[in-house]
Design a binder for this molecule. Structure first.
Ligand code: IMP
Length: 430
């Protein structure tokens, strides 16, 4: 289908990068619509490992267009480093297009992100400390510096001077930190501006033209549904909207242009940072799951919290994103586990049970998972044969969420993603 949104259906880290990478083969344009360097995709290609943070994974294919849309926040220092690393490894970045309307993450955003987490102490959100929240806050407050501001040195210097005047007051007087010096920062930004200049373009127009020309466009969300600023587990969320509807605003196309929404969910659940997590596994079993799944962050290296599959939350993700099919990743991680609990309902503090995601935060914070336990398959997950119990696990999920599982991840390598309908030329499960 011409425009497909790829959206995380849990708390991020569902394996979106790998699925995007796979579908990028059959696409013309791959676009990021929100988030910034808080995201991280690890792609393994021909035994080479690529860790991408801001650039869509389509960049690894020669000739594919890649867009960083208006809804993103961009750390210029990090973006240039990412570009340089790719170029040094022989990967051209000439097809990268950066929206002039995207906002820049400035050094004060990074400093304030850490400072505010420290201040919050045990109430902290557990952010990636990449300056995401402060950058989106300045965008909403109309104090932000946009990518297009770097195109005119005079405007750039002026905006930095105005913003820094205020931010240094906060850094010094509220947080007792050293101020950021204007001179060196402005000079460095002017250098970075020259590096960014060739990539800056009208990405809304570019995507619109691609769609009019019948090209296939992937719109890739970062983070996941439950980290959505409006619909996630606020305040333990990111500061943008990862859900599928945001693809239209983040890129600058109408919602009617979106044809498919592919949700990505792990066969279990992970969460990084603080916040409620009803199906979190206790004790040694959590450690075992973390090791089995290699659950450590690409961006921060933090160990991820691990839990059993939560079908209440997954049904919620289907609802708020309009998911049309699901990719279930890392099913192989469950291969050595004898009994597999899946959460089918929550028990609320008043003793009632619900299969709908609670609308009120207190209900969610105190929700206790109601499990059904499925039998594990206890054998390797090959495409041929695909173990009957693994198939039952997948079909159980399909019935619960009333959405087809179109892709199943069964291992780290690219060819271990199996297709259950002809979405792409992949080995088939059935
Ligand atoms: P921030 O996006 O850095 O402000 O972090 C806010 C919350 O989102 C924290 O709980 C982070 O751990 C989480 N988060 C942000 N980016 C990702 C991601 O790519 N994967 C998983 N969690 C993330």
């Amino acid at each position: 289908m011409p425009a497909t949104v790829i959206v995380g259906a849990q708390w991020g880290d569902e394996g979106k990068g790998k699925i995007t990478d796979l579908l990028a083969q059959n696409s013309d344009l791959v676009c990021r619509y929100q988030g910034g360097p808080n995201a991280g995709h690890t792609i393994i290609r021909a035994n080479e490992r690529y860790a991408l943070h801001q650039i869509p994974s389509g960049i690894l294919y020669p000739g594919k267009g890649c867009v960083i849309g208006a809804g993103c926040v961009v750390d210029p220092e990090q973006l240039v480093a990412e570009i340089d690393e790719l170029e040094a490894r022989g990967i051209s970045t000439s097809a990268l297009a950066l929206s002039g309307n995207a906002h820049l993450i400035m050094p004060w955003h990074v400093a304030l992100d850490s400072a505010s987490e420290l201040r919050l102490g045990r109430l902290q959100i557990g952010t990636t400390r990449r300056g995401i929240g402060p950058a989106y806050a300045d965008k909403a407050a109309r104090l932000g510096i946009r990518v297009q501001d770097v195109l005119d040195e005079k405007i750039l210097r002026q905006k930095i001077a105005v913003a820094l005047g205020e931010k240094n007051l906060v850094l010094e007087r509220v947080h007792g930190m050293s101020p950021i010096e204007l001179g060196p920062l402005a000079s460095r930004m002017v250098e970075l501006a020259e590096r960014l200049r060739p990539y800056i373009s009208d990405t809304s127009l570019l995507v619109d033209r691609a769609l009019r020309d019948g090209k296939r466009v992937l719109l890739e969300g970062a983070q996941g549904t439950l980290l959505d600023l409006d619909h996630g587990t606020y305040p333990f969320v990111t500061s943008s909207s990862p859900i599928a509807g945001a693809a239209a605003t983040g890129i600058g196309i109408g919602p009617t242009r979106i044809d498919e929404v592919l949700g990505i969910a792990k066969a279990y659940v992970t969460r990084v940072g603080e916040g409620p997590f009803p199906t979190e596994i206790e004790g040694a079993d959590q450690v075992r799951m973390r090791e089995l799944g290699g659950e450590y962050g690409t961006t921060t290296g933090r160990g991820r919290r691990c839990g059993w599959l939560d079908l209440v939350a997954l049904r919620f993700a289907v609802r708020v994103n309009g998911i049309t099919s699901l990719a279930l990743t890392k099913l192989d991680v469950l291969s050595s586990i004898e009994a597999l609990p899946v959460c089918v309902a929550y028990q609320l503090p008043d003793g009632t049970e619900t299969t709908e995601f609670p609308a009120h935060q207190s209900d969610f914070h105190h929700a206790r998972p109601v499990y059904e336990t499925l039998a594990g398959w206890l054998e390797p997950l090959g495409p041929d044969p695909f173990p009957a119990r693994a198939r039952e696990y997948v079909e159980y999920i399909e019935r619960a969420i009333e959405v087809e599982v179109s892709l199943v991840g069964t291992g780290a390598e690219r060819d271990r993603v199996l297709s259950r309908h002809p979405l792409a030329a992949l080995p088939r499960v059935a």
